[in-house]
Design a protein around this ligand. Structure first.
Ligand code: CA
Length: 229
């Protein structure tokens, strides 16, 4: 998952970026509203964290412009303490949730997790697709109730697919959302990870939870479930 952090307090921005990266997110940083808006419009971002008090272009204006463009990017707003008007205005401008500074990183991660799930149509922290379950809090996958040990990257590939039930996801899309450095984006590597993921989830090949759609990419098998319960 690729997260855009738009925050002009560089120390806070760096702290947030470092923690998100350690959790496996790909992070793009902007220190002003104008840059942030460009990144949000031009990059394949999954979620934006937006400070409201920004130079160049305010967080509120940035969110209004994004929404005016028809963007449904999940937006988590950061507001200063005691400024409840900001929260109301932020939500009215089209933000999905807010967090008041100072905040704990765990709180930020929990809110982000909830927004990403909601954007994918899941109300519950455990994503279900038929026999396949993904606990997004414990970062644990299971197949027919049996835990499946995945590496961090395999987990991220599966999480990305499970957030898009029924949609084909291309190798390019996966690399753009899961790799921080362009130099590392090799779609052959994605093939290897998907193959391993299939072997781990479905060793005898009976369920085939991840299908290859020729020319389109990978998708969870339709009929596997994924109705979000
Ligand atoms: Ca600020």
């Amino acid at each position: 998952m690729r997260v855009l952090v738009i925050e002009d307090e560089t120390q806070l921005a760096a702290q947030v970026a470092e923690r998100l990266q350690s959790e496996g997110y790909v992070v793009d940083l902007a220190n002003d509203g104008r840059t942030g808006l460009h990144l949000a419009q031009d990059y394949p971002i999954d979620l934006a964290i937006v400070d409201l008090g920004l130079p160049e272009l305010s967080g509120l204006e940035l969110i209004r412009r994004l929404r005016a463009d028809g963007s449904r990017l999940p937006v988590l707003v950061l507001t200063a303490r005691h400024q409840w008007q900001d929260r109301v205005e932020g939500l009215e401008a089209g933000a999905d949730d807010y967090l008041t500074k100072p905040f704990r990183m765990e709180e930020l991660l929990a809110r982000m997790n909830a927004l990403l799930r909601r954007a994918a149509g899941f109300a519950h922290p455990v994503l279900i697709a038929g026999p396949l379950a993904l606990d997004t809090r414990a970062k644990q996958a299971s197949m027919e109730g049996q835990p499946v040990a995945l590496t961090a990257f395999e987990y991220r590939v599966l999480e990305y697919l499970m957030h898009r039930p029924g949609q084909a996801v291309s190798k390019t899309e996966l690399t753009e959302h899961l790799y921080p450095d362009e130099a590392d984006r090799d779609s052959n590597v994605i093939e290897v990870f998907v193959r391993r993921l299939r072997q781990k989830l479905d060793p005898d090949g009976t369920l085939q939870p991840i299908q290859t759609q020729r020319g389109l990419g990978y998708a969870l098998r339709p009929g596997l479930g994924g109705d979000g319960r």
